[in-house]
Design a protein around this ligand. Structure first.
Ligand code: WT7
Length: 708
């Protein structure tokens, strides 16, 4: 504690009031909050371990405050220093950042390093191999769905495969600016293809390999891709997925809709899967169109290893990644070369306190932004060694994660609250079989983490010596925007803590007015950082309408946030998950956190339901742990618990048993569906993004038993 107080005082001292000229500066409020009150909250803080602080990039809180201050006061110098790490074919002629965030003043735009020319692939591969002598360093330990399947890939091998793939794509007619859709499982070829696109200036659009043919079709059509890269199939756990067949269905559907942009399809023969003998392999069907389809191996075998990178403008697009929109049609989020490189590089380096001997593992799928930024680009930009995992947490046994951590001596581990809650259900035993002493830092992302899961992660997985970095960000933000830094930030379970460098968050009320100090409302950002999205693909108007219309001058995240008395940010969930009970704003996440404190509950999801007197009331879905019964006693205890934790205003009106919750394939709970079940609305619309649509029927059948 002493340590922290001293560094805070030092930080306070370094803040000269003259440094703040803007009236009402939230930066000032932010920093003063950071500094003044932390010592008051001793009880609930988890401090960085001193051994981590010794050689950390951001070794204490005052360093964080100093760097944060510099990043906002002098972004030019701050980002220039980061850019100096990389190779630029031509230097920038414009400033590090230019932007307009105010719709009333013209078009929204963000530009980073205008005039500069570079290449992402060169910077994440050639630079390490040629200049950094990392040719022999392991880039990825690939671990298959089945533990028998694994390989090691060095930076040198990667460069060679990527160049050959780039030449294959060129031969297929792909040119700078063309789009390539990628529908692949978590195999090394997925990374090769992304980087091959980046090398030749093509724009990749990765579609998660758990998506249906309809979703794939929609994404191919929107991007108007000319090439599709896929695989014959993959096992996810015990389940075989016929990727090529799904791809063909998607292409057929796009033809029916009169828009077949794909002229070539490159197909990877999933070696590990082919090695699987017996009946399961015979189930694999690989439909073939010899005009259009080519096997990856054959195409690669006579492809040259020489491929000069295409030198791109800093603001040329790097990729499109689709994210769901409130209207139902997915948005093609566009990220560009230079800004995304700088931002994923720096966030990876600081948030995971990256060092050269680390073995880093992010369990996300590359089909999501987490995989793009923190499996592919961020780690490679740093020359890191990562685990690339194809499987799922519970196959072939519930200790798989822990087994892999032991096997590769993973030092930094990054996963999602939903995975943590799943594994928590099995208790400590599966962990005790493995040596997890290599772990240094744990990370989480994707949704608010309830304190119970945070503490389990911290104590049981991290053995109380690894900071948990709860990273808040979005597909749109490109990288972490609110996050602790592991050696600098005293942690509070469930809080994403403070902004990353260059990020200026603030909280607005309904009327768009900034609220200071302890407050809750809309989380927005006042200015861009290099990694923020630039547009919605071919629909700039939708970009402006979605993120900038509601509160001119700000990027609107769509999330609610609370700032506590110490200046810590707590994400309260999507704004559409906010409820207003008798004029009080409540967040569903808060109630869920309270419910999951009960020892019977493994997961909870709360939605609002109209109420005659209160306006809205709480309808709670709870999944109980295996041996528990959903009975009156449990329901009564749950109600009391929520009353106790939040207050009588939050007392649930309905508690329903939910053997399982409707989730997307990425594990996000689909609250829209829960809201409709709570309201007994039978017409649920499109359920195709659900991992298991059958869950819905079960919930309807249980509905009448919901305890009021
Ligand atoms: C939404 C973005 C960013 C990669 C994965 C999801 C929620 C994300 C956190 C967190 C609370 C979080 C937000 C956000 N979210 N991380 N640490 N704490 N909420 O990317 O699909 O674009 O979803 O996920 O609601 O807006 P995405």
């Amino acid at each position: 504690m002493l340590n922290c107080v001293a560094s805070l005082q030092e930080a306070l001292f370094s803040l000269h009031p003259a440094g703040f000229t803007r009236k009402d500066s939230t930066l000032k409020t932010q920093l003063v909050c950071l500094i003044m009150v932390v010592p008051e909250s001793q009880g609930e803080l988890y401090h960085p371990p001193p051994d981590l602080q010794r050689d950390a990039h951001v070794p204490d809180f005052s360093s964080y405050v100093g760097m944060y201050k510099k990043s906002l006061e002098n972004p030019e110098a701050f980002w220039k220093e980061v850019a100096d790490e990389f190779f630029w074919k031509k230097p920038a002629t414009g400033p590090m950042l230019q932007y307009n965030f105010d719709v009333t003043k013209g078009n929204i735009f963000v530009k980073c390093m205008e005039g500069a020319k570079t290449n992402m692939c060169y910077n994440v591969l050639d630079r390490h191999v040629r200049e950094g002598n990392l040719g022999e360093k392991v880039a990825y330990y690939w671990e298959g769905n089945s533990p028998e399947h694994h390989t090691t890939i060095t930076y040198g091998q990667m460069l060679s495969s990527v160049c050959r793939c780039a030449n294959v794509l060129k031969r297929m007619g792909v040119r700078k600016g063309d789009r390539v859709s990628i529908y692949l499982p978590m195999i090394p070829e997925l990374v090769y293809t992304m980087l091959a696109c980046a090398r030749i200036g093509a724009v990749h659009s990765v579609v998660f390999a758990g998506f249906s043919s309809d979703s794939l079709c929609e994404r191919i059509m929107d991007a108007q891709s000319s090439v599709l890269v896929t695989a014959d199939g993959v096992y996810r756990g015990d389940k075989l997925i016929n990727l090529k067949q799904i791809s063909d269905e998607a292409l057929e559907k796009s033809r029916e809709k009169g828009s077949s942009s794909i002229s070539k399809c490159l197909v990877i023969k999933h070696q590990a899967l082919r090695m699987k003998t017996g009946a399961s392999c015979n189930k694999l069907q690989t439909p073939w169109d010899s005009e259009r389809d080519e096997w990856w191996d054959e195409a690669m075998s006579d492809s040259s290893e020489d491929c000069e990178p295409e030198w791109l403008d800093a603001e040329d697009p790097l990729f499109i990644l689709y994210t769901s929109g409130s209207t139902g049609k997915p948005k093609g989020v566009v990220h560009t070369v230079a800004g995304y490189l700088l931002y994923t590089f720096l966030t990876f380096k600081c948030v995971f306190d990256y060092h050269h001997d680390d073995v880093y593992w992010c369990t996300a799928d590359i089909g999501w932004i987490t995989g793009h930024s923190y499996i592919t680009y961020g780690p490679l930009a740093n020359g890191a060694t990562s685990v690339l995992f194809e499987g799922i947490p519970v196959h072939p046994h519930v200790g798989r994660f822990w087994e892999i951590i032991e096997k590769y001596k993973v030092t930094k581990f990054y996963t999602a609250p939903t995975a943590i809650r799943l594994l928590m259900k099995y208790g400590q035993e599966p962990l005790q079989k493995y040596d997890l002493s290599s772990l240094r830092i744990l990370g989480t992302v994707g949704e608010p983490i309830n304190p119970e899961a945070w503490l389990w992660y911290y104590k049981t997985v991290g053995q109380s010596r690894c900071p948990v970095v709860d990273t808040f960000w979005q597909t749109e933000t490109g990288g972490h925007v609110l996050t602790p830094l592991p050696a600098a930030t005293p942690l509070k379970p469930g809080s994403a803590t403070f902004p990353f460098f260059g990020v200026e968050p603030t909280i607005l009320n309904e009327h768009g007015e900034e609220v200071e100090g302890e407050a809750e409302g809309y989380l927005v950002f006042r200015k861009p950082w290099p990694g923020i999205m630039r547009t919605v693909y071919e629909n700039h108007e939708r970009f402006e309408n979605t993120y900038f219309k509601k509160f001119p001058g700000f990027y609107v995240t769509g999330d609610g946030a609370r700032r506590d008395k110490d200046g810590y940010f707590w994400i309260t969930g999507r704004i559409d998950d906010m409820l207003n009970v008798s004029g009080h704003l409540l967040s569903t996440a808060e109630v869920e956190a309270a419910l999951t404190l009960h020892s019977a509950v493994s997961e909870a999801a709360v939605v609002s339901r109209p109420h005659q007197v209160k306006g809205e009331c709480l309808y709670c879905f709870v999944t109980l742990k295996d041996s528990w019964e959903f009975d009156k006693k449990t329901v009564a205890e749950l109600k009391t618990l929520v009353r106790e934790k939040i207050g009588p205003i939050a007392t649930p009106d309905f508690i329903q048993n939910a053997p399982a919750l409707p989730k997307t394939r990425s594990g996000k709970i689909m609250r829209r569906i829960l809201r409709q079940i709570a309201r007994n609305e039978k017409d649920l619309g499109d359920l195709s993004t659900l991992a298991d649509p059958k869950v819905v029927e079960v919930l309807f059948s249980q509905r009448s038993k919901a305890a009021a």
